[in-house]
Design a binder for this molecule. Structure first.
Ligand SMILES: [Zn+2]
Ligand SMILES: [Zn+2]
Length: 246
């Protein structure tokens, strides 16, 4: 593993410590076990990315380190989303390679393509990029929210922007998932859809977070279903959300 990559792995763990509010002072050390390398900490401090305490044990991210880590986390989670939703691959191994390669422009392009997803497949928030802030949705986006579908029309689910764990659970129960077909039966007084799990009413917030491929969308051309059920090799249910690698 090269030095740059090693430093980035440490920054990633430091981000997670902050994000999850982990208070264990040995968490960083334990995360790398016998591979823990104190010189990486020195390198990061010299680069101005972290601050260490007097005894060298307390480590916090500086503003610059936070921004750097934010980019890595964003690349990692966008890559997970791409691999899981659009390519149907094993995102656990693939995303770790991507995060060190992707530059900001490329990450933003993928973000646009995916419709600016807010959560990774683990349900963790994806830090926003400039693309998300300036244009919530752009003309290039091949997806549209369920709320824009005409009543009586059907569409194929591209992905779902989960806002919380409860939603993941609900969508799982209803069998609303990437690749599945969904038909909009009515829009008012509430959204009612027909899906694999039956006919169900959805509130506006949930409906607007279900993204469908537009007709002729890039991954849907020729009627080829690249998002078939089970193609995304993630664990189902709640187990996958407790992984450390999230
Ligand atoms: Zn974006
Ligand atoms: Zn994740």
């Amino acid at each position: 593993m090269n030095k740059k990559r090693e430093r980035e792995e440490y920054l990633e763990v430091l981000w997670r410590i902050k994000e999850d509010g982990i208070e264990d002072p040995d968490y960083l050390k334990n995360a790398f076990g016998s591979d823990f390398e104190p010189t990486i900490i020195e390198d990061l401090e010299q680069a101005g990315h972290i601050l260490t305490g007097d005894n060298g044990s307390i480590v916090t991210l500086t503003d610059a380190g936070y921004e750097y880590a934010r980019k890595i986390i964003r690349a990692h989670r966008i890559a997970e989303k791409l691999i899981c939703d659009a390519l149907g691959g094993d995102f656990e191994s693939g995303a770790c390679e991507f995060e060190h390669i992707l530059n900001t422009d490329l990450v933003d392009s993928i973000c646009v393509l995916l419709g600016h997803p807010r959560r990774c497949p683990h349900g963790k928030p994806i830090p926003q990029g400039d693309c998300c802030k300036t244009a919530a949705r752009t003309v290039q986006s091949p997806v549209m929210p369920l709320t824009e579908l005409e009543s009586g029309m059907s569409g194929r689910v591209a992905f779902i922007n989960y806002s919380d764990d409860m939603q993941i659970y609900k969508m799982d129960t209803l069998k609303i998932k990437p690749g599945g077909m969904i038909k909009l039966l009515q829009k008012s007084p509430s959204f009612v859809v027909s899906c694999e799990g039956g006919d169900v009413a959805l509130d506006d917030a949930v409906a607007s977070n279900i993204l469908l491929w537009k007709e002729g969308g890039q991954f849907n051309a020729g009627g080829e279903n690249m998002l078939g059920p089970g193609k995304c090799r993630r664990k189902r249910g709640f187990g996958f959300m407790r992984r450390k690698s999230a």
